[in-house]
Design a binder for this molecule. Structure first.
Ligand SMILES: *[C@@H]1O[C@H](CO)[C@@H](O)[C@H](O)[C@H]1NC(C)=O
Ligand SMILES: *[C@@H]1O[C@H](CO)[C@@H](O)[C@H](O)[C@H]1NC(C)=O
Ligand SMILES: *[C@@H]1O[C@H](CO)[C@@H](O)[C@H](O)[C@H]1NC(C)=O
Ligand SMILES: *[C@@H]1O[C@H](CO)[C@@H](O)[C@H](O)[C@H]1NC(C)=O
Length: 633
């Protein structure tokens, strides 16, 4: 009574706004919760277990393509999709970190909870090693190990050992000493890594893929059978029945005389998509799609197949975005699927270790050699660039026109060529004015609502901040000084730039080369912001959270300009769009701090030790009874 409320009219206005805010928040939360509260991203992409989505939602059902009609009264500012994605990433990261363990009992319990088995023998020494080396211990960080090894629960252990000891290139561990006959530099680097934990390892042989390209694609149907056995054998025998030690093995050359190495029938068919897609679910779009054979035309670029892993045009499920089974159009948009530098593939299951792979490959991932022994070329050395505020508001990219073997007849499908062309102001301006039809990219769709495009100065705007170029056009056949007859009209041979100097720019797109991009760790550890698109899986995938530690980008790159408008803002003739520099800085910082905590060389050792204990158990006939159970006794 003494404090009468505001006049009735204002009161109802406030109520209206409150209701509108509640509705909008609810709407966004609802749209969003579908991918925020579920299992870690990584699990679902298992080509081995999950069924792929049967079909993308029809064009008309695409959420939020059109802005909803504005309410009549004052509208609360529309939340940008990227704001929502960043908030969601923060939440997901916090959820994951709640599972951090500080003692062995917790780590073993988390293992049993997530894996449905006892940890492998030696888990206690692993834990001690991890803790002594200052590791952040979250069971989810090791998901990739279980993804890679799970099918081997359905594969005969003696066969595993035979294949591993007989492979052309391998590391052998006997009596706590690791050795390798091969002098190949990758083998030597992996040997060096393995030797740092050899004193904690049982006997085993580790077959290595020495090629850039991953090699094994077992058909989905066969992997599914192995996975059935994995599920059937998942159990936790009573502690008293558990075997807690590993067996010693005979010298690698002896092997089991009764076992035969299975012929690999190495294939070199092109396009590689034919091989890669047999690892997809039989009902997936990839398996049903017609196979492209002609890559000479300008590719058609559409967001239709990006729908399942995007939210209003931006990547919302990063691991799904790196899986091509629901994205048949990528067969013509990525060099690794069109024409890898070399192809030597097999459909034969066997344990082969490698540094990276596509979502349907069956290799077992180790940290890539250049991460363990990266010099300036990959890491930028100790020069991480200066303070954020002093960096230029620029996008910088330099690289070789790799991606596979580009030729006059296929380069238009190659990802690096696409990215460099669509960040070339001249080419974009000519496309805008219809002076030239783009050879290998498309102008942004209206969904991204780009102010520069509305003002017909997209190219001009790009020229304000983009600095991208090839240092070598990688012609086929090779030409002098990195030039190329068939791509030279569209791309200039551009001087390189040291990583340290690149880090004076804020934005660092990272695009796949012949396989994964080895600079990624260096980018994360710089103080600039990586913008990442890839089809390759790596050891560290489950410890990095998209939009928290880096900015994810779709493999078509159609979202790139929208990402840049969000971060840089826009000052045009009539329009002004606010920048989100603080958000960019926040992600760049968080990524750097996180990389320095979980992507250290120690973390690679910890990962490898854990991986190899698991692998050694799997290679033993007694595997279903082997485990670490001290904590239960
Ligand atoms: C990502 O997509 C996969 C399906 O491929 C799904 O299983 C998983 O739960 C999704 N992850 C998130 C975080 O939404
Ligand atoms: C691994 O390589 C590094 C650098 O060359 C060397 O210092 C170290 O001694 C090597 N470690 C082992 C176990 O060989
Ligand atoms: C290649 O570059 C060198 C050094 O700039 C130059 O002298 C040479 O003429 C170039 N060769 C061709 C074929 O353009
Ligand atoms: C940008 O495109 C133009 C026109 O195609 C081309 O002449 C130029 O060399 C390109 N620039 C770079 C850095 O590739």
């Amino acid at each position: 009574m003494a404090y009468p409320g505001p006049p009735r009219k204002v009161n109802s206005l406030i109520r209206y706004i409150a209701v509108a805010v509640v509705i909008l928040t609810g709407l966004f939360f609802f749209k969003h919760s579908a991918y925020s509260l579920s299992a870690p991203q990584y699990l679902g992409t298992a080509p081995t277990t999950e069924q792929e989505p049967l079909a993308p939602p029809a064009e008309a059902e695409r959420p939020f393509v059109e802005a909803p009609p504005p309410p009549p009264e004052p509208t609360p500012a529309k939340v940008h999709a990227i704001d929502t994605l960043i908030a969601d990433a923060d939440k997901r990261f916090d959820e994951m970190m709640k599972k951090e363990c500080h003692d062995l009992k917790c780590a073993a319990a988390e293992y049993r909870k997530r894996r449905g088995r006892h940890p492998p023998p030696g888990f206690d020494t692993w834990f001690k090693f991890a803790q002594d080396n200052g590791a952040v211990i979250v069971e989810d960080f090791f998901d990739q190990i279980h993804h890679d090894l799970a099918p081997f629960w359905g594969f005969h252990p003696a066969q595993m050992r035979k294949e591993a000891s007989n492979f052309e290139m391998n590391i052998n561990i006997r009596n706590k000493k690791a050795s390798a006959e091969s002098e190949w530099f990758w083998t030597q680097i992996w040997l060096n890594l393995t030797q740092t934990v050899e004193h904690l390892l049982p006997d085993m042989d580790i077959a290595l893929n020495a090629m850039d390209e991953p090699r094994i694609v077992v058909p989905w149907e066969e992997i599914n059978e192995y996975m059935d056995i994995e599920r059937q054998t998942r159990n936790m025998p009573p502690a008293a029945d558990v075997i807690q030690t590993y067996n010693n093995l005979p010298p690698p050359t002896e092997g089991d005389p009764d076992m035969e190495v299975v012929s690999k029938d190495w294939e070199d068919d092109l396009p590689y998509w034919k091989i890669a897609s047999r690892g997809c679910h039989p009902e997936s779009l990839a398996r049903k799609a017609e196979i492209m054979e002609d890559f000479s035309h300008s590719p058609s670029l559409s967001l239709a197949h990006a729908n399942p892993h995007t939210y209003r045009g931006y990547v919302s499920n990063y691991s799904q975005s790196t899986d091509f089974c629901h994205q048949p159009d990528l067969q013509g948009l990525h060099g690794a699927l069109i024409h890898p530098l070399s192809v030597s593939a097999t459909s034969q299951m066997f344990p082969l270790f490698g540094g990276s792979k596509l979502s349907t490959n069956n290799e077992i991932l180790l940290p890539a050699p250049m991460y363990w022994m990266g010099g300036e070329r990959f890491s930028g050395g100790n020069d991480h660039g200066g303070a954020w505020a002093e960096k230029m508001d620029h996008v910088i990219w330099r690289g070789v026109a790799t991606g596979g073997r580009n030729t006059e007849d296929n380069w238009k499908g190659f990802q690096r060529h696409r990215f460099v062309a669509m960040t070339n102001a001249t080419q974009v301006s000519r496309a805008e004015s219809w002076e030239a039809i783009p050879q290998n990219f498309a102008l942004p769709s209206s969904q991204y609502d780009l102010a520069a495009q509305h003002e017909n100065r997209l190219g001009e705007w790009i020229s304000e901040w983009a600095d991208t170029g090839f240092v070598d056009l990688m012609c086929e056949p090779q030409q002098d000084n990195g030039t190329c007859e068939y791509t030279g009209n569209y791309f200039a041979v551009t001087p390189g730039m040291k990583m340290g100097d690149q880090f004076d720019r804020k934005y660092l797109p990272d695009i796949d080369g012949n396989s994964f991009s080895g600079r990624y760790r260096g980018f994360l550890m710089s103080t600039s912001l990586p913008i990442k698109a890839t089809l390759f899986k790596e050891w560290h995938d489950s410890r990095l959270v998209a939009w928290k530690h880096f900015v994810p980008m779709d493999n078509r790159f159609l979202d790139f300009w929208g990402i840049m408008q969000y971060f840089l803002g826009y000052e045009g003739e009539k329009t002004r769009i606010e920048s989100h520099d603080a958000e960019a800085q926040k992600i760049a910082n968080a990524g750097q701090i996180w990389a320095n905590r979980v992507l250290r060389k120690e973390d690679m050792q910890i990962y490898v030790l854990r991986l190899l204990l698991e692998y050694a158990r799997l290679s033993d006939e007694r595997r279903e009874l082997m485990g670490y159970v001290q904590d239960l006794m």
